[in-house]
Every structure is written in C-alpha cells, then in structure tokens.
Ligand binder design. Structure first.
Ligand SMILES: [Zn+2]
Length: 154
C-alpha cells in the first residue's frame, strides 16, 4: 500500500522524494499542534510533547492529511469553524443492522452546517474506502450530510 501511494504521487509529476514525503506518517499534539515523525508509543512510556507536555497525539497518514489538519486547527482558532473533531467514527446501519464503521479525517460545523471531511482524493482510495463513503452518503442522506472530499492544495 505504501508503494502504491508513493507511485501515485510520482505518477502525478512530483519527484520520488516528494512522494516519500507526502506518504510520511506523523503525529501532532492535540493540545498545541507540534508535530513529530516517530511513533510516540503507548502507555506509561508514551512520549510527551516537548512544548506542552501533553501525551495526546493525533495520527496523520500523510503530509497532506497533516497539512489539512493544521489548516482546520487555524480555522477553528479563528472561529470560522466550530466543534472540530479528528477522525470521527460513524456507525453505518441499514435497517437497524450495523454494516460497517466509517472513520472520516475530520468533522466540524461551518455556518451551522455539519461537515464530514475526507482528505484523500478519490483516485487514491481503495474500493472499500470508496464504498464506505457511498454508504455513508446513503445513510445520512435524510440529514442532508455527505462526505466532503478535500482536495490537496485547496
Ligand atoms: Zn503539545
């Protein structure tokens, strides 16, 4: 899967190094936003943030996801969006039967509207991820909520 991601970016015209950096995983401090690129670990030995000493880290699968999260934090701090959540999970039920759980990249409220956001472009997703988004949109259609696909660079 990692190689496929790198290949994707490479195919889109970036250098191989760009691809590796795009695919790089990271963790950002939930409290202050500082970023680290090594796994903070678990339990009592979990790394603390050097800036604020929190040990509450948010995982980001790529540089694009990290950048979007940092942009959303700024929008939340400015009050443009509210109730920002990182990787919220939604139970998707059809006729009362739990089919699957969809984890988005972020959710928030903007101008009173509930926004559920995925950062990955569609040509970057596997079939299961695409299917989950279609199912999410079908299940939440009565509430007029659909996944917003955030394009990198916008
Ligand atoms: Zn911190």
């Amino acid at each position: 899967m990692g190689a496929k991601r790198i290949g994707h970016f490479f195919a889109k015209g970036g250098s191989a190094l760009d691809g590796i950096q795009q695919a790089r995983v990271s963790w950002s401090c939930r409290r202050c936003g500082m970023t680290i690129y090594t796994n903070p670990g678990r339990g009592r030995r979990r790394q603390r943030c050097a800036t604020c000493l929190s040990s509450n880290w948010l995982y980001h699968q790529s540089a694009i996801e990290l950048k979007r999260w940092n942009d959303l934090r700024l929008l939340a701090a400015a009050g443009t969006i509210t109730r920002l959540e990182h990787q919220p999970a939604f139970d998707l039920k059809v006729n009362g039967i739990h089919v699957t759980t969809y984890r988005a990249d972020a959710s928030y409220y903007e101008n009173g509207r509930f926004v559920v956001e995925d950062t990955k472009p569609p040509d970057f997703m596997d079939d299961l991820a695409k299917l989950k988004i279609i199912l999410f949109n079908a299940v939440f259609a009565p509430q007029n909520v659909a996944v917003t696909l955030h394009r990198a660079g916008r």
